[in-house]
Design a protein around this ligand. Structure first.
Ligand SMILES: [Fe+2]
Length: 351
């Protein structure tokens, strides 16, 4: 029966290293391994064995005597476990010392045999050690592969979820002529502002998505309230105020991968003076992504037609942003949006 080794050298032969200070023992062992198709390396001491490994690279199997000059079998075992943890090390000892045998196994030896060893017995133990080594390698491969597959599937699930909510956001707007295109415009204004503020491309992408989804929680608001032409009662306004937290809840599957999208959704109605909702955050306590969305959202609300009023001109809307800068909106975000506005001109709906 051949030894089960899956990692032969480039010339197709698996290597093993026989370490013993008695030339006669080395000869007998190398003969056995060569018959099994191994290319055998030989060393007379642990030190010599380590030098050979440094020179020739890892071997699947080491069969080593325990008692040798310079570096004994236990010392060699420790070094091999540290440098080549995949190598199976079988130790041979002249002493029937159970404590040593247990310690060798404890320190990671694949097996421990007492001399004199019959070649049949050694062959059986080697087969077992190499099978175990192959199984450990296979396990590790499957584990790594499984983790990659799980990761890929998790990404795909998130992608599908995201596509779903984006479609939902568009469906929500499509029902209302006055808000049609609102989220996309808010997203584009916010992206221009974020770039102006020097955000990196990954952060800009999250703001893009945050803008697209910022009002997704309105799906939970009754249409009669959402599209009411007149002023809202306290109760109705209370319902509107729920949409940021509801939106954050809806998007919670994205929390791990894209947390700043959730911050955009939850905090886009906060105000610098702390009078916003849902958390009444103040100043810098409001996430920067949400402060950017708030500017974009306010500008788009002013420059689009409402059932009860005509749209503001972009110039008037920009002046209004400046007027509420520092109380309702973040000053730096207002300035960044104003600086980036020339590239957004084409996005403003025609009056
Ligand atoms: Fe909103």
């Amino acid at each position: 029966m051949a030894f089960p080794v899956s990692d032969p050298t480039p010339d197709g032969v698996a290597r093993c290293l026989v370490v013993d200070d008695e030339p006669g023992v080395r000869r007998a062992l190398t003969r056995l391994f060569r018959q099994q198709g191994f290319a055998c390396l030989e060393a007379a001491t642990g030190r010599e064995a380590l030098e050979l490994l440094t020179e020739m690279g890892e071997v699947p199997l080491i069969v080593s005597d325990m008692r040798m000059p310079e570096l004994d079998g236990m010392g060699l075992l420790q070094e091999v476990r540290r440098l080549h943890p995949d190598t199976a090390v079988i130790l041979l000892s002249g002493a029937t010392d159970t404590a040593t045998a247990v310690e060798c196994l404890h320190r990671g030896a694949a097996d421990f045999l007492v001399k004199p060893v019959s070649l049949d017995e050694l062959q059986a133990r080697v087969i077992r050690a190499l099978e175990k080594r192959a199984l450990v390698a296979q396990n590790r491969f499957y584990q790594a592969n499984l983790e990659r597959r799980v990761h890929e599937q998790a990404e795909r699930i998130q992608e599908l979820f995201l596509q779903g909510v984006q479609m939902l956001a568009r469906a929500l707007e499509a029902k209302d002529a006055y808000t049609r295109g609102h989220s996309i415009r808010v997203s584009q204004y916010a992206v221009a502002t974020a770039r102006q503020l020097g955000f990196d491309p990954v952060a800009v992408d999250q703001i893009r998505l945050g803008g697209e989804l910022h009002d997704i929680g309105k799906i939970g608001t009754r249409e009669a309230v959402l599209h009411k032409p007149g002023s809202l009662t306290d109760d109705e306004f209370g319902q509107i105020r729920e949409h940021p937290a509801l939106g954050e809840q809806m998007l919670s599957p994205l929390a791990h991968e894209t947390p700043s999208v959730l911050r955009c959704v939850r905090s886009h109605h906060e105000r610098i003076d702390g009078l916003g909702f849902p958390d009444g955050l103040e100043g810098d306590a409001i996430p920067i992504e949400a402060r950017i969305i708030a500017v974009a959202d306010t500008f788009d609300a002013m420059t689009t037609r409402r059932p009860y009023r005509a749209p503001w001109s972009p110039e008037d809307a920009l002046s209004e942003l400046q007027r509420v800068s520092g109380t309702q909106l973040d000053g730096a975000c207002v300035d960044a949006f104003a600086a980036a506005y020339p590239e957004c001109v084409g996005l403003v709906p025609a009056v």
